[in-house]
Design a binder for this molecule. Structure first.
Ligand code: FDP
Length: 342
């Protein structure tokens, strides 16, 4: 943790500018995207904080593209991010976990060279019970020639991300992001409305303390998955057991393991052969962050960051966290990681 004095306080804006200065050729567009996301995060945070006070909880009676019931706060978060981002001239297209197709930049607004993918409010089934939820985002660079962004610009492997991050609306609101120069965390000081640098250069411990998995699916797991979970729990005598912690809100589980060490697993199972989590909105951005923090992420066979997406809402099994723990998953499934660890 950073100890601040009145003059040493580093706001997220100042930090972003200082990072940008290391790249004289930078146009400022990526920094602008990060500022705008931080602003959207503050708006969503203030709404989440009031969720128990105002009559906003409960279903908006709409099903999203994943067939899940949307909560009102999901809708609010989705709209807040779109409205904060679509007119800035920095993006050429967006995609959200809550929308079936691409989100075009409205006519009359300039298009820029970046693509934004986001999960506006992850873990939404926890909203009603006051458990932390989060926003996850991923930024790619446009690769097609036209002015507007196309599906090809969106369907790029995670290794091409130029920035990624998440916001956790927990006991405090924190924003963690990377642009490929380490993973840095900022805590929102609600009294001044600023994200302040609190966790510079986060490093995930190489071996973990925590195992996060929903083992109510055990009967649907295949044998290697069952064997891996027995290993993590120390039941096969091969290692010290990990401590089980499962919030069921990805950002909360990921964040705890990032700071304390551990592995989050959402394996494939016979009723969800590709797992549940989405490659573009969840696995890729968190894989970029964990890699910058010295950890790793795999689907068991491939490095998450190497997967070539084929569809917008693609799902992927996910093992993410401390390097040693992810290596155990890879060994169990016979996969390989490339370029692991920063
Ligand atoms: P939710 O359905 O509440 O939005 O990606 C969605 C997610 O939550 C993750 O945040 C969470 O890790 C996971 O689903 C929980 O799924 P299970 O209930 O199947 O464990």
């Amino acid at each position: 943790m950073v100890q601040h004095t009145a003059t040493s306080v580093v706001t997220i804006d100042r930090f972003i500018i200082e990072q940008e200065r290391q790249f004289p050729e930078a146009t400022g567009a990526l920094s602008g995207i990060l500022y705008d996301i931080a602003l959207a995060a503050k708006i969503i945070s203030s709404k989440v904080r009031r969720a128990g006070l105002v009559d906003i909880l409960g279903s908006a009676n709409a099903e999203n593209v994943q067939g899940e019931i949307q909560q009102k706060l999901d809708v609010f978060a989705n709209e807040t991010i779109i409205m904060a981002m679509d007119h800035t001239g920095k993006l050429c297209v967006m995609a959200s976990e809550e929308e079936p197709g691409l989100i075009d930049i409205p006519d009359g607004f300039k298009c820029g060279k970046y693509v934004l993918l986001f999960d506006p409010l992850d873990g939404s089934s926890n909203i009603d019970v006051n458990v932390p939820v989060g926003t996850i985002f991923s930024v790619l660079q446009k690769i097609t020639r036209g002015t507007r962004g196309e599906m090809e610009d969106v369907l790029q492997p995670g290794r091409r991300q130029v920035a990624a991050g998440y916001v956790i609306y927990g006991s405090s609101t924190m924003l963690v992001y990377t642009t490929g120069q380490g993973a840095h965390g900022f805590t929102l000081d609600p009294s001044i409305g600023e994200f302040l640098l609190s966790h510079p250069n986060i490093r995930i411990p190489a071996n973990g303390r925590y195992l996060s998995v929903n083992d109510s699916y055990e009967q649907h797991w295949d044998d290697p998955t069952k064997a891996l979970m027995r290993r993590y729990r120390g039941l096969d005598g091969e290692r010290k057991p990990l401590n089980v912690r499962y919030v069921g809100s990805l950002v909360a589980d990921f964040h705890r393991n990032l700071l304390g060490g551990g592995v989050f697993c959402y394996p494939a199972n016979s009723s969800a052969p590709k797992g549940k989590l989405r490659l573009m909105y969840e696995a890729n951005p968190l894989a970029f962050i964990v890699k910058e923090a010295g950890g790793a992420a795999t689907d068991g066979v491939r490095d998450i960051l190497d997967i070539q997406p084929t569809e917008l809402h693609q799902r992927v099994p996910l093992y993410i966290g401390s390097k040693d723990e992810v290596d155990q998953a890879i060994a169990m499934f016979g996969g390989a990681l490339s370029g692991v660890g920063a």
